[in-house]
Every structure is written in structure tokens, then in C-alpha cells.
Design a protein around this ligand. Structure first.
Ligand SMILES: Cc1cc2nc3c(=O)[nH]c(=O)nc-3n(C[C@H](O)[C@H](O)[C@H](O)COP(=O)(O)OP(=O)(O)OC[C@H]3O[C@@H](n4cnc5c(N)ncnc54)[C@H](O)[C@@H]3O)c2cc1C
Length: 347
């Protein structure tokens, strides 16, 4: 029987694996994808991180790029591959876990080809499970090309004609930026146009340098200031929202309220010329495959710093698991070392 199975082999799972390796635990990392770094590679091609090199280090190995450089998704995937190689992390790919169930002595981790027995489990399956698209998308004509941002790769996926980008988060604005550079298209935008955006550089330092300096990434969610940051609208980072919205071919329409065949109904108008819709409307979590797990009102696991209600079952990489940094490349290390410390005391 293994000591640990880590489910998910991206940044969070690898950061945890690093510590398990140091502690000489008998473990394996399993991942449903066929390639290390797939969760990044699956994102759109022009994606650039909003965190510069020096804030992307996982424990034990620095992200190898110039300081103040904003890496591409390909650089992140290569970094993960190097990480696995350097620490000789046992990763079993193409192993999608379908259930985790507690037994008297540990857990059964069931995947598409069999079952693994282990004393403990670390869930590192990330914050993005089921792409969410507003229900009105089912009423839209099949002649309109609809893509969730999860599957958007680049302009080549679009058919000729106008585009609608829905969603005013980092993904929505980055995609709006890319699509509206093609000035032959009118691009409608449905999302918050009042959201604050922050530049990558400020007074000669990177934004992340300032965030670290003021402790923005370290306030925990149980503190007054942490709660305040968590509940406020997050600024868009490194994308100039005002400049994009001022482009001649970008037309904000307010919220998307409804749709019927070719007609898309916004707060401010109805449009029938749209030929492509990109839904950057987020994700819903899915942890239903873990038997006996208590979930909170947002369907995330109840936990304290990764310790769940089930003995021997841990989490890493959840959004705001402890701080704003918990679900970032550079921030996951702290949570991983906290859990490692806890595990080493229990052993
Ligand atoms: C568009 C975008 C841009 C971002 N930019 C930045 C940035 O600039 N800087 C930064 O620090 N953070 C950024 N983030 C946030 C964060 O770093 C990522 O979301 C990160 O991918 C989360 O890492 P993770 O390891 O927790 O989960 P994921 O990367 O989501 O990986 C989860 C892994 O678990 C596997 N898995 C899932 N379910 C199962 C299962 N049932 N069985 C087996 N395997 C499974 C998946 O295949 C995947 O490999 C960005 C996020 C997005 C969406």
C-alpha cells in the first residue's frame, strides 16, 4: 500500500510531491491528462502569465527565465516537465480518477483502468473543473460558433463575422484584447466595463513586487483584511482595459440577458449579426467524486489549510485555500510546506 496518492500533476500536485519525495514517502502522482503541463497547454496560445518569472518558483527549482519576464503557457509546461525530471517525481499520466473512498486502513482511489490503495490522498485537481456557460446559450442558433474560454486557442477557431466576448475577468479581457486586434470584425463585449486594471509595472517595480511588499498575497482569509480582499472584485492585471474598450471596433453591451436563435439580448440592446461567441464565464467546482467529503455553500471542500473533514485526505491549490497566493505558481509553495510539516509530525 502506498503512503500517498497525489491526484493532479500540475503546479499544486508537483509542489506537494517535492515534499513527499524529501520525506521519503512511498507515493505516486496521477493525472488524467497525457502530458505534464497540459492544464496550461490547454489554454489559449497567446496566453502570457500575469506573474513575472521571479514570482513563479515552485519549491526547490527556480523558474528559469529573465527577471520581470512574463512567461508563456509553453514555458510553464516546460518548467513542470523539467521539475518532474529533476526531482524524479513518479507521475502516472492518462489516469483520470473517478472516485476516492475511505476504507478502514486508508483509501481506494479508482481510475479508469483500476484501483490504487493508499493510506493518504492529496487532491490537487485545481480550481477549474466544469466550464460554466449561462443557460441562454442553449437557445442560440447552431449557425453561431460558440466556444467556452476553456477551449479557446486562437482566432483561427472563429468563423467570419462579428464576435461577442462574454465575461469581464482576466480571461475575458485578454481574449477581448486578442480578438479586437482584428479590426475587420466588430467585437461586442458583455462584462464589467468599470473594473479596475493595474499595469505590470509601477514606479519602476513590477506590480507583483508591490503586492508582496504590502502583503497583499499573504493576508489569510480568516483575517479582517484577508476577508476584505477576498470579497472585493479582483483588478485585471497587465491588460489595459480602458485602451481596449476605447477601440473603434469594440462595443460594450452590458450583461447578456437572453438569446433567441440569432438574436442576443443585452441590457442595452439586441444584436442579430453576431457569428461567434466566446464565453469567458468561468467554471464550477466538482468534488462529488470524493465520498464523504463535506462541501461549503460554493461547492468547495470544507477545510482548514488543506486539511479536510476526512482523516488522511488533504487539498492543495484551492482558490483562497489560505491566502490570495494559494492558487498561484509562486504562492502554492507555502501551502505545500505547511501540509508537509503537518504530515511529518503525524508520521
Ligand atoms: C487563464 C489563466 C491565467 C492564469 N495566470 C496565472 C499567472 O499568471 N500566474 C499564476 O501564478 N497563476 C495564474 N493562474 C492561476 C493558477 O496558477 C492556475 O489556475 C493553475 O493552473 C492552478 O494549478 P493547480 O495545479 O492547482 O491546478 P491545475 O493547473 O488546474 O491542474 C490540475 C491537474 O489535475 C488534473 N486532474 C483534474 N481532475 C483530475 C482527476 N479526477 N483525476 C486525475 N487528474 C485530474 C488535471 O489534468 C490537471 O493536470 C491563471 C489561471 C488561468 C485560468
Amino acid at each position: 500500500m502506498l503512503d500517498y496518492v497525489v491526484i493532479g500533476g500540475a503546479q499544486s500536485g508537483l509542489a506537494m510531491a517535492y515534499h513527499l519525495k524529501i520525506m521519503k514517502k512511498k507515493f505516486i502522482v496521477v493525472d488524467g491528462e497525457k502530458e505534464i503541463g497540459a492544464s496550461w497547454l490547454n489554454r489559449w496560445d497567446s496566453l502570457k502569465l500575469f506573474t513575472p518569472t521571479e514570482y513563479n518558483h515552485l519549491p526547490g527549482l527556480k523558474f528559469n527565465a529573465k527577471k520581470a519576464h512574463y512567461p508563456s503557457k509553453f514555458e510553464v509546461a516546460n518548467y513542470f516537465k523539467l521539475y518532474v525530471k529533476k526531482f524524479n517525481i513518479p507521475v502516472q499520466l492518462d489516469t483520470l480518477v473517478t472516485s476516492v473512498r475511505k476504507t478502514e486502513n486508508g483509501f481506494y482511489v479508482t481510475h479508469k483502468d483500476g484501483e490504487i490503495e493508499t493510506k493518504n490522498v492529496v487532491i490537487a485537481t485545481g480550481p477549474f473543473h466544469t466550464p460554466y456557460t449561462p443557460p441562454c446559450h442553449t437557445k442560440i442558433s447552431g449557425t453561431i460558433n460558440q466556444i467556452h474560454s476553456n477551449y479557446y486557442k486562437g482566432l483561427y477557431q472563429l468563423q467570419d463575422g462579428d464576435v461577442l466576448v462574454v465575461g469581464g475577468g482576466d480571461s475575458g479581457y485578454q481574449i477581448l484584447n486578442e480578438v479586437s486586434k482584428d479590426t475587420s470584425r466588430t467585437v461586442y463585449f458583455s462584462g464589467d466595463t468599470k473594473v479596475k486594471s493595474l499595469p505590470h509595472q509601477f514606479l519602476g517595480k513590477t506590480l507583483w513586487w508591490w503586492f508582496t511588499k504590502i502583503g497583499f498575497l499573504s493576508y489569510n482569509k480568516y483575517s479582517w483584511i484577508g476577508r476584505k480582499i477576498n470579497s472585493s472584485t479582483q483588478p485585471i492585471i497587465g491588460t489595459d482595459v480602458k485602451e481596449i474598450l476605447s477601440r473603434e471596433n469594440v462595443i460594450p453591451g452590458g450583461r447578456t440577458k437572453d438569446a433567441m436563435n440569432e438574436e442576443i439580448v443585452f441590457e442595452t440592446k439586441s444584436i442579430s449579426t453576431i457569428k461567434n461567441i466566446i464565453w469567458a464565464t468561468g467554471y464550477r467546482p466538482n468534488f462529488k467524486w470524493i465520498e464523504g467529503l463535506e462541501l461549503d455553500a460554493d461547492s468547495y471542500p470544507k477545510n482548514f489549510r488543506g486539511v479536510s473533514n476526512i482523516k488522511g485526505l488533504f487539498f492543495i491549490g484551492l482558490p483562497w485555500m489560505y491566502t490570495r497566493g494559494s492558487a498561484t505558481l509562486g504562492g502554492v509553495s507555502k501551502d505545500a510546506s505547511y501540509l508537509a510539516n503537518l504530515i511529518s509530525k503525524e508520521a
